[in-house]
Design a protein around this ligand. Sequence first.
Ligand code: HEM
Length: 236
Amino acid sequence: MTAERVTPAKAAKPKKKASSVALKMLMAGTGTLLVLFLFAHMTGNLKIFVGTEAFDHYAHWLRELGSPLLPRTWFLWIQRGGLTVAVLGHIFAAVVLARRARAARPVRYAHRPKVQGSYAARTMRWGGVIILLFVVFHILDLTTGTVNPVGDGQHPSANVLADFAPGRWYVTLFYALAVVAVGFHLRHGIFSALRTLGQQSARGERIAKAVALALSIVLVAGYLSVPFAVLTGLVK
Ligand code: HEM
């Protein structure tokens, strides 16, 4: 009997891979944080219907939040850090899961079946990229004011009014398309998260679908109401 030689390659420990369930939990967890932010942000935006002063007051309050326990704007920066980590975690899990799905099917479908999940499910990747590009533009527009015609750091309402003025209808159109993309992304995302985090039964799936659709509609309507109110002169 000859003793088996252990080559360094054999002796090396196999690389530990995160399980797909753990990655799905990461997607669902980070997605939940992002959805919470989206609802809080939408609610804040609706303040503009109370008045431009109320809107600006709210924006200033966001900067004071947490003080005197924390120095001014710290909470805002902690929130920004949390959001960035959540976005990066969400993208990381999405890319790894997509690669694994592709590796599991090395031979591509010669003919893609027409009915393959919902429209939202098939457009998650591109939807995500569009949303990311929109957020970059949006921050340069309404947070830093770099590409905003007014760019007044003290009066965010002035920036919003300038942005969606009738002469700049194309900006409103761009925002509307991005918000609809967010809606589609969310409908599928909320449904998938409920599936990952919860029970799976025919009734459960029906409820998850209805909840995902209802939340997405509320969010899209809430977000769209602001640019259209400015465009139509309802908010001045
Ligand atoms: C179409 C309606 C929207 C309006 C009117 C709006 C308005 C604003 C305003 C005024 C700010 C600056 C707040 C401040 O300086 O205090 C802001 C920041 C921001 N918005 Fe929006 N937003 C809209 C949609 C969205 C959407 C759909 C997303 C995400 C997909 C988003 C993500 C953000 C982020 C990440 C910031 C930066 C927050 C920060 O400064 O830390 N917004 N938005």
